[in-house]
Design a protein around this ligand. Sequence first.
Ligand code: ZN
Length: 303
Amino acid sequence: MRAPVATLANGHRLELPFHHVQGMDDGPRLGVIAGIHGDEPLGVEIVRRLLVELDTRTLRGELLAVPVANPYAFAALTRHTPIDAANLNRSFPGNTDGTLTQQLAHVICAELLAGCDSLIDVHSGGNLATVDYVYAGSDRTLAKAFGCEILYGGAAPAGSLAAYAAEVGVTTLIVELGGGQQRNEHFVEKGVRGIRNVMKHLGMIDGEPQLPGEQIIVDELADLKPHQGGLMLSSFGPARLGEAVESETELARVVSPYSFDVLESIAAPFDPTLLVLVREAVTTVEPGDFGFIVANGATAVAA
Ligand SMILES: [Zn+2]
């Protein structure tokens, strides 16, 4: 299935390819979407792997999947749409008479969101960062069933697909997994297992969700965004995700790649601080980029 969006100046007719998988018996309709941010190809692979491995003879209900929500951003490996520099995940519910990104958002709402009972929106950490958590959302049992160790109880960002979905009554799970080209196979497997866990929870396939031994819910996340751009030298790479560190621990330094001066130190704000999004050892960083995302471990409770 292809939903038409618009014809561009270069003559390309932008369409959104969908996959519709109909089960043998009745059941819920689950939407799965990836690639809302184009620099997150890991989510695309999670959706591809889920669909090629799915045995439709054992499926109840329907799966509607959009593997690449923003094709021009995907091709350019950019978070925002290259043509209008907009963030698709701050553009929902979109506007059929708006910018290209708003038109794209409108088509996603009309063709995917309408009619779904539940939706999974798969993200990752982008080109340079690695992440591992899910939003608890309006139905915590769904988030818990996915099987991440850390759930975040806060609201989805304004203008995101999940925020609009909540307004129209579609239970949505935001998944943040992998990125930075680190531990790709681990995170693809975790993502596919997570979506299949949710499908088990919803009764769409047989079996019990495979869950980790401990799951917690955090209510406070901090985006540690540097004020100085340059070279970010991280002491806490992807192997440390989920770990707790003491407050004031130096997570990374930003140094000038020209003078080699230390421009800024990024320190853990909470006691303890849980590592939710981290950077590999050597990356470039601009002011306001996601340096790290950390959670307040002091107010975390069992999920
Ligand atoms: Zn994203």
